[in-house]
Design a protein around this ligand. Structure first.
Ligand code: AMP
Length: 409
C-alpha cells in the first residue's frame, strides 16, 4: 500500500498554498436559539493537523458535514457555532491579523471569493457540505467545485472515510495532491497494527445492542484475536444460540443462526469466546428498574430481562483484559445510560485503562462515551473517532476515503 501521510508533503507544497482539509466537525449541538457545542472532542482532535499546516503558513480551508440535513439548508445544522470554538483552540497560532473566517456556502461565488481573500496562516471554515444533495451523491461537478478551491487536499475525517462522498472520495479525482491528515493517519496506524500485527495476547471486547451490526466484526476478529469477550444486548442472541432461554432480554431471533455459526467458527479456530456467566436483571427497560443479580445462564425468572453483566462476568472479563497485550473494545456491556446498569461497562472501562502494558484501543460512540464518563480516557492508547468507519475497518472492508488517497499518492 502506498504511504498515507501528509508529512510526506514537503513544506513547499504547503507553504502559502490553499489547503482544503476535510474534517469531521459533526459535533452535538444544543437546541438553544443560539446553539451551543455540547462536546468539542471532534474539533480538538483536528488541532494537531491544523497546527501543522498553519505553522507552515498554509491558507487553510476546512470543510465538514454536520448532522443529516438531507441536501437542504437547515439553519439548526449550520457549522457557524464551530467558528468561535475553533478560534479559541487556535488562538495560540493566530497573529493579530489572522482569524478564522466562515463561508455561508461551501461552494459557489461566495466560497471562491472568500478563499481568494485568504492570507497565509489564515483559516476559513465552509458551511455544512450536506446542505447540498450533491455531497452524499458524490456528484463529480460538486467534487470539482470543492477541488477548485485548493492546491492540496487533505482528508482528516476518519469518521467519514467509510463513505464515498464528494468531499471524501470524489474530490481526490480533481486535485493534483491529496494526503491523509495526522488524525486519519493515527487512526489507521493504531487500528491497522492491532488488527494485523497485534502484540499477543490480543483480546477483543464487543458489546452493544445488536449482533446484526457487529457480526462482520466478530467474524473478522475470530480470525485475529486470542479471545473474544461478548457483552451487552448482543450476548443474549449468542446465549440463545447455545440453547439458553433468556426471558425478555434483547434477542434478534433472525440472527440466532448467524450467532451459532460464529460460535462454531470460534471453536474451529480454537480461540476463547467468552460470554456472560451472570447478569443484572430488570422487570422492564427502565432507568428506575431495580437491578436483580442472577447467576448462571439458566432460564431467567419469568418476565425478566438482562440489562447488564454481573460481578462474576466482570471478574472473568477483567482477568482476560489484565493479561492481554492488545485490547480492542467496541460497545457497552449493558444499558450504561441507566446508572443502575452502568456498572459492568464502567468496570470494563477501568480494567482496560488499568492495563498499562497493553496497547488499548476503544472505538464506537457508546464505548467512547462510557470511557469518557468513567474518567479513564487518558489511560487509553487510542480512542477512535469513527464509529461506523472503525467497524468497517475492523471488518476488513476498504474505506473509500482512504482508498482514494492511496491511489492518488
Ligand atoms: P451499539 O450502538 O450497537 O454499540 O449499542 C449501544 C446500545 O446498546 C446502548 O444504547 C445500550 O443501552 C444498548 N445495550 C447494551 N446492553 C444492552 C442490553 N443488555 N439490553 C438492551 N440494550 C443494551
Amino acid at each position: 500500500m502506498a504511504k498515507l501521510s501528509f508529512r510526506d508533503l514537503d513544506d513547499s507544497e504547503i507553504h502559502d498554498k490553499r489547503v482544503l482539509i476535510r474534517v469531521d466537525f459533526n459535533v452535538p449541538l444544543s437546541n438553544d436559539a443560539v446553539p451551543r457545542i455540547l462536546d468539542d472532542t471532534r474539533i480538538r482532535e483536528t488541532i494537531p493537523t491544523l497546527e501543522y499546516v498553519l505553522r507552515r503558513k498554509a491558507k487553510v480551508i476546512l470543510c465538514s458535514h454536520l448532522g443529516r440535513p438531507k441536501g437542504k439548508i437547515v439553519p439548526a445544522l449550520s457549522l457557524r457555532p464551530v467558528v468561535d470554538r475553533l478560534r479559541e483552540l487556535l488562538d495560540h497560532l493566530l497573529g493579530p491579523q489572522e482569524n478564522v473566517g466562515f463561508s455561508p456556502d461551501c461552494v459557489g461565488e461566495i466560497a471562491i471569493e472568500l478563499v481568494s481573500q485568504l492570507g497565509s496562516g489564515q483559516t476559513l471554515l465552509l458551511e455544512n457540505l450536506r446542505f447540498h444533495p450533491e455531497e452524499e451523491a458524490n456528484d463529480p461537478r460538486f467534487a470539482q467545485q470543492l477541488a477548485a478551491l485548493c492546491d492540496v487536499y487533505i482528508n482528516d475525517a476518519f469518521g467519514s472515510a467509510h463513505r464515498a462522498h464528494a468531499s471524501t472520495e470524489g474530490v481526490t479525482h480533481f486535485v493534483s495532491k491529496s494526503a491523509a491528515g495526522l488524525l486519519l493517519e493515527s487512526e489507521l496506524n493504531h487500528l491497522g497494527k492491532a488488527l494485523n500485527v497485534p502484540d499477543k495476547p490480543f483480546v477483543a471486547i464487543l458489546g452493544g445492542a445488536k449482533v446484526s451490526d457487529k457480526i462482520g466484526v466478530i467474524e473478522s476478529l475470530i480470525e485475529k484475536a486470542d479471545a473474544l469477550l461478548i457483552g451487552g444486548g448482543m450476548a443474549y442472541t449468542f446465549l440463545r444460540a447455545q440453547g439458553h432461554s433468556t426471558g425478555k432480554s434483547l434477542v434478534e431471533e433472525d440472527k440466532i443462526g448467524v450467532a451459532r455459526a460464529a460460535l462454531e467458527q470460534a471453536k474451529a479456530k480454537g480461540i476463547r469466546f467468552l460470554m456472560p456467566v451472570d447478569h443484572m436483571l430488570a422487570d422492564s427497560f427502565d432507568a428506575d428498574a431495580q437491578p436483580e443479580p442472577f447467576e448462571g445462564n439458566g432460564p431467567f425468572p419469568e418476565g425478566k430481562m438482562a440489562l447488564d453483566i454481573g460481578p462474576k462476568t466482570i471478574e472473568l472479563f477483567a482477568n482476560e483484559i489484565t493479561s492481554a497485550r492488545t485490547v480492542l473494545w467496541n460497545g457497552p456491556m449493558g444499558v450504561f445510560e441507566f446508572p443502575e446498569f452502568s456498572r459492568g461497562t464502567n468496570a470494563i472501562a477501568k480494567a482496560v485503562a488499568d492495563n498499562a502494558e497493553a496497547t488499548t484501543i476503544v472505538g464506537g460512540g457508546d464505548s467512547v462515551a462510557a470511557i469518557q464518563q468513567s474518567g479513564f480516557a487518558n489511560h487509553i492508547t487510542h480512542i477512535s473517532t469513527g464509529g461506523g468507519a472503525s467497524l468497517e475497518f475492523m471488518e476488513g472492508k476498504i474505506l473509500p476515503g482512504v482508498e482514494a488517497l492511496t491511489e492518488k499518492s
